[in-house]
Write a protein that binds this ligand. Structure first.
Ligand code: 2DE
Ligand code: MG
Ligand code: MG
Ligand code: MG
Length: 324
């Protein structure tokens, strides 16, 4: 499997990381432990910590240290917090093919669990007075919250341009992957220009990653998330934005009307999906996604060949070719 191949050069680090990550969530409150236990047993692909380790090792010829581990744990804590909150915000009952926390324990508890994980992430980042880490992660949290709110603001008006869409996904998704890569570099080579290059590298991958996620909303199949949920939430994503801006006024009115007044009618949502599919929306989004991918790859092409660089390149393709 590709994920195994990507993980190989950081396999040992990831094992130790998982132990540290689980420990970092523990609480005296039994209810919290039950929920964090549920979360770690349904863990995702752990791409973000892999980015932290792979970048650290690529820029330093194989070195990692305590700061790299801490960065990886902080990132995964914050990432987990955002997903728990995101499913509340999006009213989604599935995550990674299982019930979401809000589906099982209701919003009240999900919001508090997210807050708890966020605080644990912030605390861990200052445990050793690592203010670089605290700064990078705090900026990421601010950006994600702003990105989510910008998205809601635009969903109400349905007048979003492609540029605004890129701003939203940069803030809500790309920032955290950018943080992974800058933290990885910063842990082994603080104060080097590479920290900024790697931040940009992560940001570009993050853009491609979210476009792919948004494409999943249009594809059936077992991806662990429901289809059409973005349309139901009036979330304007690239395939729809492109289609809206490239069809005649009559179709445009019908599309806008459908997105506004579908009343969660499955048939109407399906019609929107099909219209977007038949009008080049998916192809356009795929083209843009590949442009971000190429820009990302160009930022690492001058690094000497290593198994870490190979794994990162594989990761960049995986972001685009993944089936879930
Ligand atoms: C994923 O978008 C974006 C997630 C960012 C969530 C950020 C929040 C604010 P999607 P999927 C909620 C920050 C909160 C913190 C730091 C606790 O398309 O398809 O909804 O995976 O993702 O649901
Ligand atoms: Mg969501
Ligand atoms: Mg969301
Ligand atoms: Mg999504």
């Amino acid at each position: 499997k590709v994920v195994e191949q990507i993980k190989k050069p950081v396999h040992d680090e990831m094992e130790l990381f998982e132990k540290k990550f689980y420990e970092s969530m523990s609480s005296k409150v039994a209810l919290l432990n039950r929920i964090t236990y549920y979360i770690v047993n349904r863990k995702g692909k752990q791409m973000r910590p892999m980015f932290v380790f792979l970048v650290a090792k690529m820029v330093s010829n194989g070195q990692v240290n305590e700061r790299t581990y801490r960065g990886a744990s902080v990132i995964e804590l914050i990432h987990t917090a955002t997903l728990v909150h995101d499913d509340v915000v999006d009213d989604s009952n599935r995550r990674r093919g299982f019930f979401s926390i809000n589906a099982l324990w209701k919003n009240k508890i999900a919001v508090l669990v997210g807050d708890y994980l966020l605080s644990k992430g912030l605390l861990l980042s200052i445990d050793y007075g690592d203010f670089d880490l605290l700064k990078i992660i705090s900026v990421a949290v601010r950006e994600m919250s702003e990105g989510e709110l910008l998205q809601i603001e635009k969903a109400r008006r349905l007048d979003i341009t492609e540029e605004v869409y890129y701003d939203i996904i940069r803030q809500k998704t790309a920032t955290l992957i950018a943080a992974c890569c800058s933290l990885g570099a910063c842990s082994v080579k603080p104060d080097s220009g590479e920290v900024e290059t790697m931040r940009k590298f992560g940001e570009l991958i993050g853009m491609a990653f979210q476009i792919k996620d948004d494409l999943f909303d249009y594809t059936d199949g077992p991806i662990g998330k429901p289809t059409g949920i973005d349309i139901k939430e009036q979330k304007m994503t690239l395939p729809l934005i492109y289609t809206l801006n490239n069809c005649d006024q009559k179709d445009k009115n019908w599309l806008i009307n459908s997105v506004k007044n579908h009343n969660k009618d499955k048939k109407r949502v399906k019609e929107v999906i099909n219209f977007v599919k038949n009008n080049g929306g998916l192809e356009y989004a795929e083209k843009k996604m590949k442009e971000f991918q190429q820009q990302a790859l160009s930022l690492i092409k001058n690094y000497p060949n290593s198994e870490y660089k190979d794994a990162l390149e594989l990761m960049v393709s995986y972001v685009i070719d993944r089936k879930k």
